[in-house]
Design a protein around this ligand. Structure first.
Ligand code: NAD
Length: 284
């Protein structure tokens, strides 16, 4: 059984990006810059933001943290995003979600200049993904695809079953798998007979947010199981899959933590470096 080690794969991507930044720095005349906006004091978001900033530092991206009070208004946020949109030293803008309830996340995401949309959540980025055009790809599904590539797991012609249809994981992942010629089924809370779908899958992608939701009896022997879930429990961080049971049956499985999570951050760095190179090669 193969453990799909996201830490190792992400580390190799970071080394490559570090080298790319060193090589391109003399041409660009400045390092890549990422603005990370955190509104309020959600502890999980604070951890994610710290990890992202640490990874930026490691590869040579300047991360500009923008910590805002939980009482920030839409007007204030629009002003900040507008300033960052026109800041020539900023190549990427990341708005950490979820935002406090009184703020309209979708509207805020749409204020971000699509050329700096390194999270890939702007409707223009989503449209480009849908049409198969080059553009920023949403980091978690892009990280999953990169992890499969790293381990040379080919999805073309395979039955891929995704559980979860969110805009940040399930839906974009479905489009990325389709682009790689997989046969894709997206299951969700209204799916009848989920087990029947999962049981015939060559690749299972669980993005539900419920510990132990996918059990070993649901998985076909020899399947590849990618666990996207991150659930905080009294036993620490766990995914959506019964890892111990599934590893007896599966061909390959991602651990939680150390699977999809580090790959998500690696893709954020990758998008930021790509944006930096773009802005230098085609300024304005
Ligand atoms: P979400 O809450 O937006 O969506 C959950 C999905 O699960 C929904 O589409 C819903 O239809 C589906 N669902 C709920 N109950 C179901 C059921 N009984 N049967 C089938 N489907 C059901 O979640 P999300 O934002 O996509 O995140 C999912 C999980 O992935 C969470 O644990 C989140 O923390 C984690 N996540 C991890 C990363 C990472 O980098 N590793 C990134 C994003 C999200």
């Amino acid at each position: 059984m193969l453990i799909l080690d996201g830490k190792t794969a992400a580390s190799s991507i970071r080394s490559r990006l570090k080298q790319e930044i060193t090589n391109f720095l003399p041409v660009a005349g400045r390092p890549p810059g990422l603005a990370v906006i955190l509104v309020g004091d959600d502890p999980a978001s604070a951890v994610y933001v710290r990890n992202k900033e640490k990874s930026c530092l490691e590869v040579g991206i300047i991360s500009q943290g923008q910590r805002l009070s939980g009482k920030t208004s839409m007007n204030e946020l629009e002003g900040l995003i507008s300033n960052l949109n026109s800041d020539e030293k900023i190549d990427g803008i990341l708005l950490q979600l979820p935002l406090p309830q009184h703020l309209d996340s979708q509207q805020c995401l749409e204020w971000i200049n699509p050329g700096k949309d390194v999270d890939g959540f702007h409707p223009q980025s989503v449209g480009k993904l849908t049409l198969g055009l080059p553009g920023f790809r949403s980091c978690t599904p892009a990280g999953i695809m990169a992890l499969l590539r790293y381990y040379r797991l080919e999805v073309s012609g395979k039955d891929c079953v995704i559980i979860g249809r969110s805009n940040i994981v399930g839906k974009p992942l479905a489009l990325m798998l389709l682009a790689e010629n997989a046969t894709v089924t997206v299951c969700h809370s209204r799916t009848s007979d989920l087990k029947a779908h999962v049981q015939r899958a060559d690749f299972v992608f669980a993005a539900v947010g419920r510990p132990g939701f996918i059990t070993a009896d649901m998985v076909k022997p020899g399947a590849v199981v990618v666990d996207v879930g991150i659930n905080r429990t009294e036993h620490g961080l766990v995914g959506d899959c019964d890892y111990q049971g599934i590893r007896e049956k599966a061909l390959a499985v991602t651990p939680v933590p150390g699977g999809v999570g580090p790959m998500t951050i690696a893709m954020l760095l990758e998008n930021t470096v790509a944006s930096w190179k773009n802005s230098v090669q085609s300024p304005g």
